[in-house]
Ligand binder design. Structure first.
Ligand code: RI2
Length: 337
C-alpha cells in the first residue's frame, strides 16, 4: 500500500490533512471536499493504462481521505458514493478512460446533490419558523444556518442566538455568518443555554451523523441543549442531509465519537503544566430520538423515528458497500502521512 500512496497527487494528502486539522470542517463541507479530492486524483492519474492499477490507485486515494476524522458519516458516504460507481464500472469491464470519467462524474454529481440538498433544507426548515422567532443554534452548521437565513430572507424578522461552542469556538463563525446575512445575533457562552432558553422559540442544530434509531450525533454540547429545550418545552430540530444518515447503524454499529487533542482544551504551549491532569476532549455527543422534535432533510421534515426509512430509501441494497467505507474511517484514524 505504501508504494501506491507515494503515487497519489499532493492534493489528496492536502485535503486529508486539512480535514484532520479542521481547516476544512463541517460535515457537509468535509463530504464535498472528499468527493473533490477523488475527482482530482482521477484527473491527475498518470500511472500505467491498466484498469487494475487505476482501481487500486483510487482505492488508495479513498483510504487516505477516509483516515482523517471518524464521526461525520458524510465523509465515508461521499467516498462510497464515488467508489461504488467506480466499482460498478470496473465490474462492467470499463477501461481506464471510462473509469476516470466515472469518478469525475460521480464526484460532481455528489457535490451538486449536496449543494441542492442544503438549499432544500433551507426552504423546508424556514417554513417551520414563525414570524419574529428567536432561534438558538450550536456550533457551526451550514445546514442550520441556511434555515435561519432563509427564514430571515423570507421576511420573518427572526433573531438568532449562537453558542460559543468550546473548545474550538466554531460559534464565532456562526455569529459572523448570521450577522453578514443580516440576522440579528446574540453570542452566548455554552453554559448560558439554560439561563436564556425562556427567550428562545426553537432550537436548530446541524448533524454529523443520524443513527437508524433516530439518535443525533452532533457537536459536543448538543445533547445538553436538547435536554434543556425538552425541559422548557421548546422544539428542537436537527438539519441533516440524507448522506448524514449512517448506514452502518442499520447493521448495528455505533457511531464512533472522535476524541480530539488536549491542546484544544488547554493552551497547547501549557500542556506540560497539565501533565498530571487527564484532559478529555470528546468532539461529539449523542442526542436520543426522544429529545428531537424533527429532522429537516432535503426529502422533507421527518420524525426522528423515520430515520430508518430514509436509510432504507437512500442506501437500500448498497448498505453493505457503504458500510465497508464507514469501517475504514472508524478503525484507522489520525495516522501521519
Ligand atoms: P454542516 C460540524 O462538525 C458541527 O458538529 C456541525 O453541527 C456539523 O459539522 C454539520 O455541519 P465539525 O466539523 O454540514 O465542526 O451542517 O467538528 O455544515
Amino acid at each position: 500500500m505504501a508504494r501506491l500512496y507515494e503515487k497519489l497527487p499532493r492534493q489528496v494528502y492536502e485535503t486529508a490533512k486539512a480535514i484532520r486539522d479542521m481547516r476544512i470542517r463541517g460535515a457537509g463541507r468535509i463530504a464535498r471536499a472528499a468527493a473533490a479530492a477523488l475527482r482530482e486524483a482521477a484527473i491527475a492519474y498518470t500511472g500505467p493504462q491498466s484498469r487494475e492499477d487505476f482501481y487500486s490507485y483510487m482505492e488508495a486515494a479513498a483510504q487516505v481521505i477516509l483516515r482523517t476524522r471518524p464521526t461525520a458519516v458524510s465523509l465515508p458516504n461521499a467516498v462510497a458514493y464515488v467508489m461504488i460507481r467506480l466499482g460498478e464500472a470496473y465490474e462492467a469491464g470499463a477501461g481506464v478512460e471510462e473509469l476516470r470519467k466515472t469518478v469525475v462524474r460521480a464526484a460532481e454529481e455528489f457535490i451538486e446533490y449536496s449543494r441542492q440538498a442544503v438549499e432544500r433544507i433551507a426552504s423546508y426548515g424556514a417554513r417551520l419558523v414563525e414570524h419574529g422567532a428567536r432561534i438558538l443554534t450550536h456550533c457551526n452548521s451550514s445546514a442550520a444556518i441556511s434555515v435561519i437565513v432563509e427564514a430571515h430572507r423570507s421576511g420573518k424578522e427572526v433573531v438568532a442566538y449562537a453558542t460559543e461552542t468550546r473548545p474550538k469556538y466554531q460559534g464565532y463563525i456562526t455569529a459572523r455568518k448570521l450577522r453578514e446575512a443580516g440576522v440579528p445575533v446574540t453570542l452566548i457562552p455554552d453554559t448560558a443555554v439554560r439561563r436564556i432558553i425562556e427567550d428562545i422559540d426553537l432550537v436548530v442544530v446541524g448533524a454529523d451523523a443520524v443513527a437508524a434509531n433516530g439518535a443525533l450525533v452532533n457537536k459536543i454540547g448538543t445533547s445538553q441543549i436538547a435536554l434543556v429545550a425538552d425541559e422548557a418545552g421548546k422544539p428542537f430540530y436537527a438539519a441533516a442531509e440524507s448522506y448524514k444518515f449512517s448506514p452502518a447503524t442499520l447493521l448495528g454499529d455505533e457511531v464512533i465519537i472522535e476524541e480530539r487533542p488536549a491542546g484544544e482544551v488547554v493552551e497547547p504551549e501549557k500542556l506540560a503544566e497539565w501533565s498530571r491532569v487527564r484532559v478529555a476532549n470528546p468532539s461529539f455527543d449523542v442526542t436520543p430520538a426522544e429529545y428531537i422534535t424533527g429532522i429537516i432533510t432535503e426529502q422533507g421534515i421527518i420524525p426522528p423515528e423515520s430515520a430508518y426509512l430514509i436509510l432504507r430509501q437512500v442506501f437500500g441494497r448498497r448498505v453493505h458497500e457503504y458500510h465497508r467505507y464507514t469501517t475504514i474511517t472508524a478503525t484507522t484514524i489520525l495516522e501521519e502521512y
